[in-house]
Each structure stands twice: as structure tokens, then as C-alpha cells.
Design a protein around this ligand. Structure first.
Ligand code: HEC
Length: 140
């Protein structure tokens, strides 16, 4: 390769390497999942009142619970984990709901699952949703 070609190759190479940074100036920030972000936003400020129709268990789950329960964060039982949920269901529905509403285990499981504008009925629907996904009959 002669000197002129070498320089030409370098120019082309450096131009293409530089491009992504030069064009945007900065990389686009990685956006966290909406549910995760919402849960963090809600800590430390009053919950935004929710005035819509009652949300289904699946909706509440996606809105808040999934932030931890979809990937066993801090040991949160995943929907579909039949053994985990069967063992937890043995405590009875009252205890499951007490842990959901008031929080549990040094609040690793936060009060109301982090959904402070969820009604008790909506929270119960979310618990039933996770039990159903795990093929576990809701306890008495
Ligand atoms: C910040 C993470 C987090 C979020 C958000 C969260 N959970 Fe949990 N949840 C946990 C963890 C961790 C546990 C397991 C605690 C343990 O047993 O050590 C748990 C356990 C539970 C249990 C079982 C309690 C028991 O007695 O065994 C129920 C029911 C539950 N969560 C319901 C919900 C519902 C409903 C939501 C959404 C409205 C929700 N969680 C959102 C972390 C979370």
C-alpha cells in the first residue's frame, strides 16, 4: 500500500468510527421499564389519585408488582412458580393480604406492593392473578 492510499484509508476509518458519537453528541439514555420507574417515582411523595374504573389483577400486576415479581427481585415469588406460591398460599388469604397491604420482610415486599393508589380489592385481584398464573387455588 502506498502512502496516499494509507492516508485515504485512515481518513475513511476515522470518519466512520467517529460518526455515531459526532452525529448524536451523546448516547440515548437507557430508559427503565415504565413499571419500575413508576414505583421509584412514587416513593416519598403522595400517590397520584386514581379515578378510573377498577383495574384488573393483570393490570395492577403489570403496573407495579411486575417490577419485582417478574424477575424474583429480592426473592419476590414469580407468577408461574407453583411451588413458591403453593407454600405461601398455605398461610391463608388473610395473611397473604396482610403482607400485601402492610408490607413484609423488612418491607422488601413494600406496603401495597408499591401501588399506593390501588384499592384493597385491586391488590387482591393482583394476588389472585399471580396465584392463578401459578396454577394455585386461592386459599380460604
Ligand atoms: C419492591 C419489590 C416488590 C414489589 C414492587 C412488589 N412485591 Fe410482592 N414481594 C416482594 C418480595 C421481595 C417478596 C418476598 C418476601 C419474602 O418472602 O422474603 C414479596 C412477596 C409477596 C407476596 C407473598 C407474601 C407472603 O406472605 O408470602 C405477595 C402476596 C405479594 N408479594 C404481592 C404483591 C403485589 C400484589 C404487588 C403489586 C401490587 C407486589 N407484591 C409488588 C417484593 C415486591
Amino acid at each position: 500500500m502506498n502512502a496516499v492510499l494509507k492516508i485515504a484509508a485512515l481518513v475513511v476509518l476515522s470518519a466512520s468510527v467517529g460518526k455515531p458519537v459526532m452525529a448524536g453528541g451523546s448516547r440515548e439514555k437507557i430508559k427503565p421499564l415504565a413499571a419500575t420507574q413508576g414505583y421509584r417515582d412514587e416513593i416519598g411523595r403522595p400517590p397520584e389519585p386514581y379515578k378510573g374504573p377498577p383495574r384488573s389483577g393483570a393490570e395492577v400486576y403489570a403496573y407495579r408488582c411486575a417490577a419485582c415479581h417478574a424477575k424474583t427481585t429480592q426473592g419476590a415469588p414469580m407468577p408461574g412458580d407453583d411451588l413458591e406460591w403453593a407454600l405461601r398460599a398455605r398461610q391463608g388469604m388473610d395473611t397473604l393480604m396482610d403482607h400485601t397491604i402492610n408490607g413484609y420482610r423488612q418491607l422488601l415486599m413494600p406496603p401495597r406492593g408499591g401501588c399506593r393508589n390501588c384499592s384493597d380489592a385491586e391488590l387482591k385481584a393482583a394476588v389472585l392473578y399471580m396465584l392463578k398464573k401459578s396454577g394455585v387455588e386461592p386459599p380460604a
